[in-house]
Design a protein around this ligand. Structure first.
Ligand SMILES: NC(=O)c1ccc[n+]([C@@H]2O[C@H](COP(=O)([O-])OP(=O)(O)OC[C@H]3O[C@@H](n4cnc5c(N)ncnc54)[C@H](OP(=O)(O)O)[C@@H]3O)[C@@H](O)[C@H]2O)c1
Length: 305
């Protein structure tokens, strides 16, 4: 009999990931889903085939009925709140898997509390945009006790992701440490693309010519973000794909880790300053791709292209 799974957190990432668990995770019971704002859970449940999901009324309700509980929520405080609620009742023998991007110390703190309560914990942060969560193309980073990691693997490669980075047997914080360092690459990529496109426009090369080079030389995420910039998606969309507040949380974690380790991430400081301008210009609608608007404005162009 397959274990009973629950999914907590149905934002941009969680909706696609839970859908793939249902479609490809070999579940023999409906996936139990929960979201702080209930409408997101009921809307998702309605969009899924009948009988494939059930909406829990609370974190405790979801956890008490499940063997493996996945969480994917905004930030460190959100995961801590959910685990606090989960640990109010007996969790012995259960397995918690956190897919959120959080500080490695927060991850280690979760592991301590969860294992003290007799349950297991695996960190499983993911790389990839919401479109990749939707299509099951994420890269999942797994860390924690080897036996527990093995229990999570059947839901990663080929289900939620295209690949896993396996840190099985290593401390859980290693997974989120890689995730935070890895996300500094993403932030720097968006900064580089933004500066390049502004220079292409102002120097006379032209954005389409630069885009052709990006598509040829750096296909994948570079080309995808370049398209979001040139199409104006970075300022037009009502709901961000990679929200400015989450991007700044990632930058904050990376810069704090650098400081604690006696080094600096100067590129990231530049990108984060642009994100601060994005927040000022667009509020919570701001997206990581909107860095393009901030760089445009600095160069005397309009934020919106
Ligand atoms: N977007 C990306 O490109 C991307 C890629 C890889 C990893 N990540 C990481 O994955 C996680 C989720 O990202 P996302 O893009 O899905 O975020 P999102 O669309 O902003 O959704 C955030 C989710 O967290 C929930 N939440 C926030 N604060 C909460 C709290 N205090 N208690 C309970 N639930 C809370 C939200 O519930 P409500 O619906 O009630 O607000 C929502 O379900 C984040 O850690 C992010 O850094 C994001």
């Amino acid at each position: 009999m397959a274990p009973q799974l629950a999914w907590i957190g149905l934002g941009n990432m969680g909706r696609g990931m839970s859908k793939n668990l249902i479609e490809k995770g070999q579940l023999d019971k409906p996936l139990i889903i929960f979201n702080r704002t209930p409408k997101r859970a009921t809307d998702l449940s309605k969009s899924l085939p009948t009988g494939k999901s059930t909406v829990a009324s609370s974190v405790e309700d979801a956890v008490s009925k499940s063997d493996i509980i996945f969480t994917c929520v905004g930030d460190d405080a959100a995961v801590n709140e959910i685990i606090d609620a989960a640990l109010k009742s007996g969790v012995e023998g259960k397995l918690f898997v956190d897919c959120s991007t959080i500080h490695p110390e927060t991850t280690e703190g979760l592991a301590k509390r969860i294992t003290a309560a007799g349950a297991e914990f695996v960190a499983c942060p993911v790389f990839g945009a919401p479109a990749m969560a939707e299509s099951g193309q994420l890269v999942c980073v797994l860390a924690g006790p080897k036996a527990a990691v093995e229990k999570v693997k059947p839901y990663t490669k080929g289900v939620m992701g295209r690949a896993t980075i396996d840190f099985g047997g290593q401390p859980v914080g290693k997974a989120t440490l890689l995730k935070v360092i890895g996300n500094s690459f993403v932030l720097n990529m968006v900064e580089t693309l933004s500066e390049g496109h502004v220079l292409a426009e102002k120097s006379g090369l032209g954005n389409e010519n630069l885009h052709q080079f990006i598509e040829t030389m750096f296909p994948g995420p570079y080309a995808a973000y370049s398209t979001r910039m040139l199409s104006g998606d970075y300022h037009k969309r009502e709901e961000p794909l990679f929200a400015v507040d989450l991007a700044r949380k990632d930058a904050r974690h990376a810069m704090a880790l650098a400081k604690a380790s006696g080094t600096q991430l100067k590129d990231l400081e530049v990108a984060d300053a642009h994100l601060a301008q994005v927040k000022e210009h667009m509020g919570v609608r701001g997206d990581i791709a909107s860095i393009y608007g901030a760089v445009r404005k600095e160069a005397g162009l309009k934020f919106e292209n």
